[in-house]
Design a protein around this ligand. Structure first.
Ligand SMILES: [Zn+2]
Length: 69
């Protein structure tokens, strides 16, 4: 079974300040950082919605891209 992770494009982790590391949990009600242990309830304000662009990518591809950098 393939595993998909939904990343929020352009989101910056408030904890480790990394970009594009914020992902949604499978139930879409929490966001978390793949680099550190940051977890937060997903904001319900429209603030985030403007810039929010959900990218669904294969976790394997993500790791491959990371290694290339
Ligand atoms: Zn982080």
């Amino acid at each position: 079974m393939k595993r998909f992770v939904q990343f929020i494009a352009g989101a910056i982790c408030p904890d480790c300040k990394s970009k594009d590391t914020i992902a949604l949990n499978p139930t879409n009600d929490e966001i978390y950082c793949v680099k550190c242990n940051f977890v937060e309830k997903r904001p319900e304000t429209n603030d985030l919605k403007k810039n929010e662009e959900i990218k669904v990518i294969n976790i394997k591809d993500y790791k491959k891209n990371k290694d290339n950098k």
